[in-house]
Design a protein around this ligand. Structure first.
Ligand SMILES: [Zn+2]
Length: 337
């Protein structure tokens, strides 16, 4: 028996539950096996395979309801076989050709015998070099089927984009804002922002790069290889984002609390010097520790204790107002490229 059992990809977030993209079928299963099994053009002569069991996609199997309306594209006429792990994906050549600028990397359309081969029970097998986890997401993207249940890892998604390009698809169409692939990639933006940014930048996928840039904490550790991968434009934009936010935060912190007219009967002179000194010290520390994605809560926790040492009611109100102003201003500083 030459079957393969696949347990699914390894998602980076171990807590996520995912659905393996394949299941094993044995001869006699209700799903029809490809028969005869005809290799793709240019490959070895027709051979009947002797497997007694095969691994088949849990989504792209014979008779799967892949479209909103039954039989919208007719029965599947192609079986994509992922060579590294031998998983069969039953697909429609019309769907694979739709949007492909190179006829699915010159593997389609099928030969002139297509009509004959596409009769019930007959499928043309096309061997492809991708592993099942990559091919699975590629097909989900082409068929516009939600794939979140597979929880594809960032490694898998990093291979999906070049695969789509290799098969002639325009990423502007398939990885558009709100698309399935976009959602899957952006799921990783918080945990791996720089990798997601680099991935998006390397294919000029603007909306993903913008979203990921918000979470990139530091540019100090960007390696030469990463800089080359993201390209000079996106590297420059990321550097500018961080520099601009650092400058903005320092500028915001420079503004001291307002004074008030000196009252005649109270000890405060209207510019409580203790408040100003404490503010200068606290903000100098914050400016020293400033980070482009410094959380507002961290700023608030540094400045709020100053209120405990102010006696004058008006100075206290002004200090409270200035703290709120800092937080509000910081929240409105542009945080994406
Ligand atoms: Zn005062």
């Amino acid at each position: 028996m030459a079957s393969t059992t696949k347990t699914g990809e390894t998602a980076p977030l171990q807590s996520r539950k995912f659905t393996p993209p394949v299941r094993k079928l044995t001869a006699g299963h209700s799903f029809p096996f490809p028969n005869p099994l005809v290799k793709s053009p240019g490959s070895s002569p027709q051979l009947l395979r002797k497997e007694t069991s095969i691994s088949v996609s849990t989504t792209f199997y014979p008779g799967a309801q892949l479209f909103p309306f039954p039989n919208k594209m007719g029965p599947c006429d192609v079986v994509l076989n992922s060579i590294p792990d031998s998983v069969y994906f039953y697909a429609h050549s019309d769907c694979l050709l739709r949007g492909s600028a190179n006829s699915f990397n010159s593997l389609l359309p099928l030969s002139a015998r297509r009509d004959q081969l596409a009769s019930p029970g007959h499928h043309t097998i096309i061997d492809v070099p991708e592993t099942a986890d990559i091919l699975n997401i590629v097909l989900h993207a082409l068929y516009q089927i939600p794939a979140e249940r597979y929880a594809p890892s960032l490694d898998t998604l990093s291979n999906v984009l070049p695969t789509l390009v290799r098969y002639g698809y325009n990423l502007d169409d398939i990885v558009s804002p709100g698309s399935e692939i976009s959602r899957l990639i952006l799921y990783h933006a918080h945990a791996n922002p720089l990798r997601v940014y680099i991935l998006a930048a390397s294919y000029s996928i603007e909306h993903i790069a913008v979203a990921a840039s918000r979470h990139v904490a530091s540019i100090a550790a960007i390696t030469e290889v990463e800089a080359i991968a993201m390209g000079s434009l996106y590297l420059h934009r990321l550097i500018c984002l961080h520099l601009n936010r650092m400058e903005a935060l320092k500028r915001i912190l420079l503004v001291p609390p307002q004074g008030h007219p000196p009252p005649a009967s109270r000890p405060c002179d209207g510019t409580d010097q203790k408040v100003r000194r404490a503010w200068a010290l606290a903000t100098a520390y914050l400016a020293w520790e400033a980070r482009p994605i410094m959380p507002s809560i961290e700023i608030a926790q540094s400045l709020a204790p100053l209120l405990d040492h102010v006696q004058c009611i008006e100075c206290k109100a002004n200090l409270q107002h200035q703290i709120s102003s800092v937080l509000n201003s910081w929240a409105h500083v542009k945080d994406t490229i």
